[in-house]
Ligand binder design. Structure first.
Ligand SMILES: [Ca+2]
Ligand SMILES: [Ca+2]
Ligand SMILES: [Ca+2]
Length: 183
């Protein structure tokens, strides 16, 4: 009694059951992620800074590491706390819905979080991914074409979440592969 390993998680029992609802993680999975979180938290501040985040070997070579950090930092205060970490990471576990994963992926592209992927946002995120392999002019053509083909729900210059869902259904894995995160 008393000293179960629930006590090691930085949550009150209420918070813990709320997080379990939100993330669909079991207590063991949460414990595991808490250990990883603490390992990443080099200066033991209880939060992950971008400097710490980008040292994670699985992420270091991912060009989208900056976007991943920004999306996981849901309150935008420049650090990832354990709540945000659990919410973000659990999106990649099977227990979470495809809808949650789509939302996360959408957020990678919707840099200003206004609910619309603009031409400029699509360009800048695809630019990060393709690097120098595609000339800007070709990339811009691809972006223009994508937006022309998929802006179906009334936003002339961008892609709404519904459009995005349609796009991924029709274009398949190409966009989803952007994000392979395993921790
Ligand atoms: Ca830290
Ligand atoms: Ca934060
Ligand atoms: Ca936007």
């Amino acid at each position: 009694m008393g000293n179960t390993h629930a006590g090691l998680l930085p949550f009150s029992p209420d918070e813990q059951s709320r997080m379990q609802d939100e993330t669909k993680l079991s207590q063991d999975e949460m414990m595991n992620l808490f250990r990883k979180f603490r390992k990443m938290d080099l200066h033991k501040s209880g939060e992950i800074t971008f400097e710490e985040f980008r040292r994670i070997p699985e992420l270091a070579s991912n060009p989208l590491v900056g976007r991943l950090f920004a999306v996981m930092d849901t309150d935008g205060n420049g650090i990832i706390d354990f709540d945000e970490f659990l919410n973000g990471i659990s999106v990649f576990t099977p227990a979470r819905s495809d809808e949650d994963r789509l939302r996360f992926l959408f957020s990678i592209y919707d840099v200003d979080r206004d609910g619309l992927i603009s031409n400029g946002e699509l360009f800048s995120v695809l630019k990060i991914m393709t690097g120098a392999s595609l000339p800007d002019r070709s990339l811009q053509q691809l972006v223009d074409r994508t937006i022309r083909d998929y802006n179906r729900s009334g936003a002339p210059d961008g892609i709404t979440f519904d459009d995005f869902r349609t796009m991924l259904t029709e274009k398949g894995a190409a966009f989803e592969q952007t994000l392979k995160v395993e921790l």
